[in-house]
Design a protein. Structure first.
Length: 278
């Protein structure tokens, strides 16, 4: 191997590992800053830099205050209830829509799919006035039902994931079930839905994290009750914020997401990969 080849290979290796180290720093550094701030007192936070370690690594008073003052218990309960109902509705609406699109031929099928794509290109904020008027007209403003209704709407990405998986299920299974006397609902419930478990797990994780982290919709449509995202807003006032409490509450909010991702990451990767190639 010539000197030029060795130099080129060394530069490529350095660039590869350098980019990986840089990516790790970009991801880890904000987490370190938040954790450091959550362990500092108010005076210590005001007089030290963001990367200065806390004097007391076992100062968990901020976590206790954040949990109590923000009514985080109520936020977890409300978020869990809305999350479970919304995901259940999303799964049934999305899988049935995908089943109809994949298994049935009807007029306007291509136009409907095109309209789905067009809808994804329209910024959601442009339709908020109309959405708010509809929610108010239905008498759902400041109720959990408003958030459930808004979250239950299945996005086109979820439908496409279901369609991609459904295309891998042989139509012969439907035909065999129909010969045995099964109707369309039985085929969907007994055959299609169980075979869509990887896709369902993928959508549940992606959509669940999105609902869990959503701030705008709960803040606008449910101002009287706490959710996980809106509970953090209690520490922000017109004259500044209690950042040591905000960071502690942020850590408490992030922990369930990290735990869920660690235990369910294989479903995310396998689901997205299989859905993209089938």
């Amino acid at each position: 191997m010539t000197l030029a080849q060795r130099t080129k290979r060394s530069l490529a290796t350095f660039a590869k590992y350098g980019s990986l180290v840089g990516a790790v720093i970009v991801v880890i550094l904000p987490i370190i800053v938040v954790v450091f701030a959550s362990l500092k007192t108010k005076e210590e936070y005001a007089n030290t830099g963001p990367l200065t370690p806390p004097e007391n690594w076992f100062n968990f008073a901020n976590y206790a205050d954040a949990f109590v003052l923000s009514d985080m218990a109520e936020g977890f309960i409300n978020t869990t209830a809305i999350l479970l109902i919304s995901l259940t509705g999303t799964i049934f609406i999305g899988t049935m829509a995908a089943y109809a699109v994949d298994r049935f031929n009807f007029r306007g099928k291509k136009i409907m799919m095109g309209l789905f794509l067009v809808a994804t290109l329209i910024p959601s904020v442009t339709s908020q006035v109309a959405t708010f008027q509809i929610i108010s007209g239905l008498g759902l403003y400041n109720t959990k039902a408003a958030l459930v209704l808004l979250f239950m709407g299945t996005d086109i990405i979820a439908i496409y994931i279901f369609i991609q998986f459904m295309q891998s299920i042989p139509v012969a299974l439907d035909e065999a079930a129909m010969i045995d006397g099964a109707n369309r609902w039985t085929i969907y419930w007994r055959i299609i839905l169980p075979l869509l478990k990887p896709a369902i797990a993928t959508v549940v994780i992606i959509k669940g994290i999105a609902i869990y982290n959503e701030f705008y919709l709960p803040f606008l449509y449910l101002p009287s009750e706490n959710l996980i995202s809106t509970s953090l807003f209690r520490f922000k006032g017109p004259y500044g914020g209690q950042w040591e409490l905000i960071t502690a509450a942020t850590v408490l909010v992030v922990v369930p997401t990290i735990i869920a991702f660690v235990f369910l990451q294989r479903w995310i990767y396998s689901g997205l990969t299989q859905g993209s190639v089938k």
